[in-house]
Design a protein around this ligand. Structure first.
Ligand SMILES: N[C@@H](CCC(=O)N[C@@H](CS)C(=O)NCC(=O)O)C(=O)O
Length: 235
């Protein structure tokens, strides 16, 4: 049985909820109260020392790192296939997974925190040093330079989504894939932050939003987020 430790249907947690719904998988839901700092509790840090959701328990292992988990699910449960239909598409899927993790998610976290604030009950002391330092900085407030550079990175990301989606309607190759699932919950927050999406990116967002699995995953919640900063730590 799969267990998913997750926040609300937004950001990385939303990618997980969407993928599980696309694959038609039953799972036990373990909601974590990010705003209340539950992800920094001793019990949760035993599951993921980084203090972040999502964590997927499968076959007795605690899996972390959203894009890696998406690839794991696609391999463990091949129907419907979501990993890219040929080597070129799979290459693009991997490029997008890395880009979401190293550019989009961390910059979105800073821009979002600056505009909306985040969890006041964060307890960074038990986190690894780099994550604790990032949390302390967030609690003190990011500088104007950091925020404007984060926003510029997100504007570039919007242009990149637009460019790649213009070709086939999807981000990586001719089919919907885990690239779309990894990117969508982050791009869905751009409008709330006042970051304009070119028309092709808006069309792509609407195309993904219409999927039954995405509607199911979103439930009644808006796809905006309030949780704290995160550090891209791919590779
Ligand atoms: N690199 C992680 C990032 C996960 C992440 O940023 N999760 C956010 C919620 S969307 C979180 O747990 N934030 C709380 C924190 O960073 O302490 C992944 O790919 O899963």
């Amino acid at each position: 049985m799969i267990e998913l430790y997750h926040g609300g249907p937004t950001g990385h947690s939303a990618s997980m909820l969407i993928a599980l719904a696309e694959k038609g998988l039953d799972f036990t839901s373990r909601p974590i109260d990010l705003a209340g700092g539950e992800n920094h509790s001793e019990a949760f840090l035993e599951l993921n020392p980084e203090g972040q959701v999502p964590v997927l328990l499968a076959d007795g292992s605690a899996l972390t790192g959203t894009f890696h988990i998406l690839l794991y699910l696609d391999e463990a449960f091949p129907a419907p296939p979501l990993g890219g239909e040929n080597p070129q598409a799979r290459y693009a899927v991997h490029k997008w997974g890395k880009y979401v993790e190293t550019h989009i998610a961390p910059n979105l976290a800073i821009a979002r925190w600056a505009l909306m604030g985040g969890a006041a009950d964060a307890r960074p002391d038990g986190l690894p040093p780099a994550r604790a330092a990032l949390w302390r900085q967030a609690l003190e407030g990011f500088s104007e330079d950091q925020v404007s550079s984060a926003r510029r990175a997100l504007e570039k990301a919007a242009a990149r989504v637009s460019q790649d989606a213009a070709a086939t309607g999807w981000l990586a190759g001719a089919a919907y894939s885990v690239a779309d699932i990894a990117a969508y919950p982050h791009l869905a927050q751009f409008a709330a932050l006042g970051i304009a999406l070119p028309a092709e990116a808006q069309d792509w967002l609407a195309r993904v939003a219409e999927r039954p699995a995405v509607r199911h995953a979103a439930g009644d919640m808006p796809l905006v987020a309030t949780m704290g900063p995160e550090l891209g730590r791919w590779g």
